[in-house]
Design a protein around this ligand. Structure first.
Ligand code: AMP
Length: 407
């Protein structure tokens, strides 16, 4: 059995999933939260017979290494474990946000790969250090296991230069690597592959726009199976309005505010990343459900926040249809994309000119299984596909390990 352990290490958390890649069955998944605190929490969800059970631990967990040690213990535990021993785990796949320009594909973990991830800390200071901590924890806890890293940025490395270079002096790119990198690559890649399967065509013959709409949100243009443009950039800040992030703004606004209100670097950072977006616009919440509730009660700022969110999505759909010279499939995914009937309706309204014709009934009846939600005669197929980054990371991890063993 090829069981792959997928790890996603955040600043104070480790999200994990153990999956049999031969049948895509999840054997266990869970989350270690509040790492660094005495009352850290582990929620472990495991397969017992045909059903899943839960166990919750509250413990002093000060490091990622300790968190992962507990996860490995739970997976092999006599009571709540799902594998006999560690030899039943084929390999470990790590989600890594930033791989810079060096990685267009997942990579087998070596010292060189770890050094490259370290070099990218400058570009993803909130993510890469914790991914590295997770890899190093596995190095010492389970040193005989193969490890693979799957980068969020890798899928977008196929973008042409005209899509990723900014209108700054070219030296800024050469000197500092300032360019569009794009994020959510694993999710865009997964849903695009699924969409092609549902459409029963080769992905290399399709033009797809994928809308990953969660707390973080981005749109991606995928032509012939390759990302050719995406709305996030040098950082995950630009593009769509997000839960708390601005999305696209005129960069001069930052200089203006620094001058006007004497804002420091830290204050500007907080303003752009934490106080803006749906939260800053509505003044209510970053949570889309909450905002929609207030829209229904007649709150005008909530309405404005939703209108801007929808407007920007339409804006990118139009732009990406133009650069691809057409569109076959529009995909909605992630928390808002998968769950908000209203959002999908708003985005697809008045898009008949483009060839988008949503089926209201199918849209309303969508129930978490991937589905086509456009009318049968809609020129462009609209699909709702739950994202599954873990599945893609697990299968890619197994593929890389298989290749490594053969060579
Ligand atoms: P994610 O980052 O993918 O977990 O998505 C989080 C976002 O999805 C939040 O804004 C949630 O409000 C939103 N979301 C989750 N469930 C629903 C739902 N049933 N209807 C509308 N939005 C939802």
């Amino acid at each position: 059995m090829k069981n792959v352990l997928v790890l996603n290490c955040g600043s104070s958390s480790v999200k994990y999933e153990l999956m049999n890649v031969e049948n895509s069955r999840v054997l266990a998944r869970g989350l270690v939260e509040k790492i660094g605190m005495e009352d850290a929490v582990v929620n472990h969800h495991y397969l017992k017979g045909e059903d899943y059970s839960d166990v919750k631990l509250v413990k002093n967990i000060l490091t990622h290494r300790e968190g992962i040690r507990i996860v490995v213990g739970l997976l092999t535990d006599a009571e709540v474990g799902v594998v006999g021993d560690l030899a039943d785990i084929y390999g470990i796949g790590h989600r890594v946000v930033h791989g810079g320009e060096a990685y267009t594909d997942p990579a087998y973990v070596t010292q060189e790969v770890k050094d490259d991830i370290k070099k990218c800390i400058e570009l993803a200071p909130l993510h890469n250090p914790h991914h590295l901590a997770g890899i190093e924890a596995c190095d010492s806890l389970i040193p005989d296991h193969h490890q693979v890293v799957v980068f969020d940025t890798a899928f977008h490395q196929t973008m042409p230069k005209k899509a990723y270079i900014y209108g700054l002096p070219y030296e800024m790119y050469k000197k500092y690597g300032i360019r569009r990198y794009g994020f959510h690559g694993t999710s865009h890649q997964y849903v695009a592959q699924k969409a092609a399967q549902i459409y029963k065509k080769r992905i290399t013959d399709l033009k797809i726009i994928s809308c990953h709409l969660g707390n973080g949100a981005s749109v991606c243009a995928i032509k012939d199976g390759k990302s050719i443009d995406t709305s996030m950039g040098f950082t995950p800040l630009p593009g769509l309005v997000m839960g708390t992030r601005t999305g696209d703004i005129d960069p001069y606004i930052v200089l203006y505010l620094m001058n006007k209100d004497a804002l420091s670097f830290a204050e500007v950072n907080t303003l752009l990343n934490r106080h803006s977006g749906l939260y800053g616009l509505s003044g209510i919440s970053r949570d889309f459900r909450q905002i929609i509730k207030e829209v229904k009660k007649g709150d005008e700022r909530a309405r404005l926040a939703v209108d801007i969110f929808v407007y920007r999505i339409k804006h990118y759909i139009g732009a990406y249809t133009a650069i691809m010279n057409g569109l076959d499939i529009l995909v909605f995914t992630a928390g808002i994309g998968e769950n908000s009937i209203e959002l999908r309706e708003m985005v697809c309204s008045n898009m008949e000119y483009l060839g988008i014709n949503l089926d209201e009934k199918k849209n309303r009846e969508f129930n978490s299984q991937e589905a086509v939600i456009s009318k049968d005669d809609s020129e462009i197929k609209v699909m709702c596909i739950p994202t599954n980054e873990e599945l893609l990371i697990a299968t890619e991890t197994a593929r890389v390990i298989d290749g490594m063993k053969k060579s």
